[in-house]
Design a protein around this ligand. Structure first.
Ligand SMILES: O=C(O)c1cc(=O)[nH]c(=O)n1[C@@H]1O[C@H](COP(=O)(O)O)[C@@H](O)[C@H]1O
Length: 273
């Protein structure tokens, strides 16, 4: 099953648009896992088990593993997800961007090494830097468009022929780059008006929407701005607010993550109709 079909099936089967982000900062893990040689993987596996029935996707952020030389633990997490929850899409967040020959190696890393269903990529270097990922026709290519951070406006808001660059990117991907129907776009939940603009330009193309939770994006405005006619169309990501939900000295971290993931999924679903 290709990425888009798998995502559609996960939206339906879990009745969820929530993407659970796996950003395992070693300094924020429970002490017993900080001291454990496979602590990062154990933490992620526990979060996955606690939230897999509530999520439409999981998104590990590669930097949290690579910074510590813990790519083997990312492999473990990806393998675990694919064996235990093969119906939930795995998005590798790597935001890659380089010339074609190098991009092909990044694509092999994402799709062959980690077995990701989709990867995030940066469009700044143009189509030949994104095309190599498309050789894996059953995988998703998720292109940065209007990112959630304040500094995203520095370039993404520049005027390009009468409209901001992020809209040009959205149109370009929808009209020209998405030849195999495998593309999606990143649009931050912190900018609901721009989210609505992108939705208007790209039809039903899936959108990865980070920025609720720790970054403070408004769930109602996000869902109303980005939903498709059938009340789906988005992977709304929350990472820190879910995975570090454990109150000090309170409940088990995985149970706390489950509680917040459920609240978030339900808050999203309240506005899909
Ligand atoms: O591509 C992304 O996932 C991404 C794009 C963007 O515009 N903003 C953004 O925050 N992200 C990622 O989404 C996650 C957000 O994490 P929280 O702010 O903890 O929910 C991080 O892994 C970011 O790297």
């Amino acid at each position: 099953m290709n990425f888009i079909d798998k995502l559609n099936a996960a939206w339906r089967s879990n009745d969820s648009l929530l993407c659970v982000g796996l950003d395992p900062d070693i300094e924020r893990l429970p002490q017993h896992l900080r001291d454990h040689p496979e602590g990062i993987a154990e933490f992620c596996k526990a979060i996955i088990d606690a939230t897999a029935d509530l999520a439409c996707s999981f998104k590990p952020q590669i930097a949290y593993f690579a910074a510590l030389g813990a790519e083997d633990q990312l492999e473990t997490v990806c393998r675990y997800l694919k064996e235990r929850y093969p119906h939930i899409p795995l998005i590798l967040d790597a935001k890659r961007g380089d010339i074609g020959a190098t991009a092909r190696q990044y694509a092999r890393e994402a799709f062959d090494r980690y077995g990701a269903d989709a990867v995030t990529v940066n469009p700044y270097m143009g189509f030949d830097s994104v095309e190599p990922y498309m050789e894996w026709a059953d995988r998703g290519v998720i292109v940065l468009c209007r990112t959630s951070n304040a500094g995203g406006s520095d370039l993404q808001f520049l005027d390009v022929g009468g409209r901001p660059l992020y809209q040009h990117v959205a149109q370009l991907v929808a009209d020209k780059w998405n030849k195999n129907g495998q593309c999606a776009l990143v649009v931050g939940a912190t900018f609901p008006q721009e989210l609505a603009q992108v939705r208007a330009l790209v039809g039903d193309m899936p959108l990865l929407v980070p920025g609720i939770g720790a970054q403070g994006g408004d769930i109602e405005a996000t869902v109303k701005s980005g939903r498709t006619a059938n009340g789906a169309g988005m992977m709304i990501n929350s990472s820190r607010a879910i995975i570090y939900a454990q109150p000090q000295g309170g409940e088990d971290f995985a149970a706390a993550a489950r509680r917040v993931a459920m609240e978030t999924r339900d808050a999203i679903n309240a506005h899909r109709g």
